[in-house]
Design a protein around this ligand. Structure first.
Ligand code: ATP
Length: 238
């Protein structure tokens, strides 16, 4: 099966500091893949580099086999890649609806087409309909995360990049958000989930990659990779 998204020796730097040292990751159509690893391992950097938010070599990122590394984030959205960024980055003074409309307008402007509408999003997360006119800053963290996911979906992605969508949320809310992921995949969207909670990552994905200090130290089928192997890959063996 050919990959919808793949990275090939992906390297990323912040000035003199090298954050990624040749990362190879593959994502197939409809698949969910987890990226786990300790703080500072390079997971967010990986997503930012793929999304075109950091300068990388052209051949280091491919979409449907075509080199797209260094393509602007806008063009990546147009090509069907969307991100739920770390910290959500919503317009907190604006209503839920107005935040979502920004994404609808962006998708229209870029000509990104797909099956996500406001109505479908409201079926996925009914609270977003109830709170449509509420300023985002008055929502709970979980509700804000639903807006952030909704905003990404309205960009009509084939590939969704999620940066720690469970961070800081109560277990009940995390379950609610994770329960929505199969439907998103069912709509034909593959996803890469950066996740600190290894149990959650294993449950929600087909395959996982563990990163340590800018390198992939383990990859395998989520159901088969043992806790022990993950522990070693997380902290480095010996
Ligand atoms: P976290 O869970 O803390 O977000 P992470 O695995 O996502 O961890 P990154 O945020 O990708 O890790 O960070 C990887 C490395 O790059 C870290 O050493 C971090 O200090 C460094 N880094 C991240 N962002 C920047 C930046 N804007 N400028 C300089 N260094 C950065």
């Amino acid at each position: 099966m050919s990959a919808v998204l793949s990275t090939h020796g992906l390297i990323a730097r912040y000035g003199d500091f090298q954050a990624l040292y040749g990362v190879d990751v593959e994502l197939h159509a409809g698949e969910a893949v987890a990226l786990i690893g300790a703080n500072g391992a390079g997971k967010s950097t990986f997503l930012r580099a793929v999304m075109g938010l950091l300068p990388v070599g052209r051949d280091m990122v491919r979409l449907d086999g075509e080199p797209v590394g260094g393509t602007s984030a806008d063009r990546m959205v147009k090509r069907g890649v969307a991100i739920v960024p770390e910290g959500r980055r919503l317009f907190t003074g604006m209503s839920v609806d107005d935040n979502l409309k920004v994404a609808i307008d962006q998708a229209a402007r870029l000509g990104a087409k797909g099956g996500w509408s406001l109505e479908r999003l409201h079926r996925l997360f009914p609270i977003l309909k109830e709170k449509a006119k509420t300023p985002v800053q008055s929502l709970s963290g979980g509700q804000q995360q639903m807006v952030a996911i909704g905003r990404a979906l309205l960009c009509q992605p084939r590939v969704l990049l999620c940066d720690e969508i469970s961070l800081g949320l109560a277990p009940k809310v995390i379950r609610e958000i994770y329960a929505a992921l199969p439907e998103i995949r069912g709509a034909g969207t593959a996803m890469i989930l950066v996740e600190q909670d290894v149990g959650l990552a294993k449950e929600a994905t087909d395959r996982l990659y563990c990163m340590l200090e800018g390198r992939v130290t383990l990859s395998g089928r989520s159901a088969e990779v043992t806790r022990e192997a993950i522990g070693e890959a997380y902290f480095g063996a010996g």
